[in-house]
Design a protein around this ligand. Structure first.
Ligand code: NAI
Length: 332
């Protein structure tokens, strides 16, 4: 039995987490959940959106599955996600985006992996007020962080039989910062002669992705471009309801859907749990439970392909509970 931290989040978080818990039970997964609370709902009780015990639990268990949490807007509250990434040094955001049979999309054969640097760039939080009319934010890019994310992208490509890594930048304008990011990517690329290396400017990439996304394979990006481009990639394969992700560090990994807490449909039993479920497939692969991962993936794909029991975001009328039950019915 392996213990894994489960953050049920808020908004639709508890509903989609319950779907995962029920399906893992039906799978007889050898996993015990260490349930932890974070987000807007714990703020009142604990005085913080991310209590220390949540971090301690992840540090102890090394792996967590996290449902979305709301970040209260206003001063004094850091995003739970940004804090988790910083505290646990989860320097990789890994987001696969591929077509799923049964989900209508503009393009076929999309199969993209975005590898986004998760700790610096404009997210380093170095901002200051110059005066009432002028604010400043620092775009921090370091050799260390750029090299380790490039190494992750190439190792991922090598281990997953991927053919090409494309480094994304705006180095024509941000000559020093994005220039350093590219310099590090090129240096790492030299160690992987079997994997093609290419470069593209982020604005051009966005245009290319909406015209012909099949041109790309693994995308390597600094934090801000990665944030934007990975959502674009999610849009290419059916939207937020099916977009999976992981935040990975040297010691720990936190698996989560790309979407947020969807307060507009909270408590209505119509949230789509697929994105969190597919993130939990990634989690199973990460802990080498490959057979279980395949079993779960097959059940999800079968239900989506049949298209009879779908949640409203995918054009169906099923509730979260009905969709969950259908997946359980299809576990072989
Ligand atoms: P959102 O992703 O929560 O929702 C955008 C739209 O997509 C909404 O119409 C929502 O109903 C729909 N949607 C999202 N996930 C869905 C699902 N699984 N099934 C069906 N429909 C779904 O983005 P929004 O509204 O910008 O953010 C809401 C809150 O979530 C904010 O407080 C934000 O800070 C937080 N957030 C948290 C994230 C995380 O915990 N990883 C990531 C992104 C946002």
């Amino acid at each position: 039995m392996r213990t894994i931290t489960l953050i049920k989040g808020d908004g639709i978080g508890p509903e989609i987490s319950q779907a995962v818990v029920d399906i893992f039970k039906a799978l007889n997964a050898p996993i015990e959940w260490d349930i932890q609370e974070a987000g807007a709902d714990v703020l009142e009780k604990e005085g913080t959106v991310l209590p220390q015990k949540v971090l301690d639990s992840i540090k102890k268990n090394k792996v967590a599955l996290k449902a979305p949490v709301t970040t209260p807007i206003g001063h004094g509250f850091k995003s739970v996600n940004v804090t988790l990434r910083k505290e646990l040094d989860l320097y990789v955001s890994l987001r696969p985006a591929y077509n799923i049979s049964g989900i209508k999309t503009r393009f076929d054969n999309v199969d993209l992996i975005t590898v986004r640097e998760n700790t610096e760039d404009l997210y380093a939080g170095i901002e200051r007020k110059v005066d009432d009319d002028t604010m400043e934010s620092i775009k921090l890019i370091t050799r260390k962080a750029s090299t380790r994310i490039a190494e992750f992208a190439f190792e991922y490509a090598k281990n997953n039989n991927r053919k090409m890594v494309t480094a994304v930048s705006k180095a024509n304008i941000c000559k020093l910062t994005d220039g350093l990011f590219l310099e590090c990517a090129r240096k790492v690329a030299e160690k992987y002669p079997d994997i093609k290396y290419s470069e593209v400017l982020v604005d051009n990439l966005c245009m290319q992705l909406v015209q012909n996304p099949t041109k790309y394979d693994v995308l390597l990006l600094p934090n801000l471009y990665g944030d934007i481009v990975s959502d674009l990639a999610a849009g290419l394969i059916g939207g937020l309801g099916v977009a999976q992700g992981a935040n990975i560090g040297k010691d720990c990994a936190v698996f989560e859907a790309v979407h947020g807490s969807a307060p507009d449909i909270k408590g209505q039993n119509k949230a789509n749990p697929t994105a969190l479920l597919l993130s939990s497939v990634m989690m199973l692969e990460y802990i080498n439970e490959n057979e279980l991962a395949n079993k779960l993936k097959s059940a999800i794909f079968k239900v989506l392909e049949e298209g009879k029991v779908l949640t409203p975001d995918l054009g169906g009328t099923a509730t979260t509970t009905e969709y969950t039950a259908e997946i359980i019915k299809n576990i072989l």
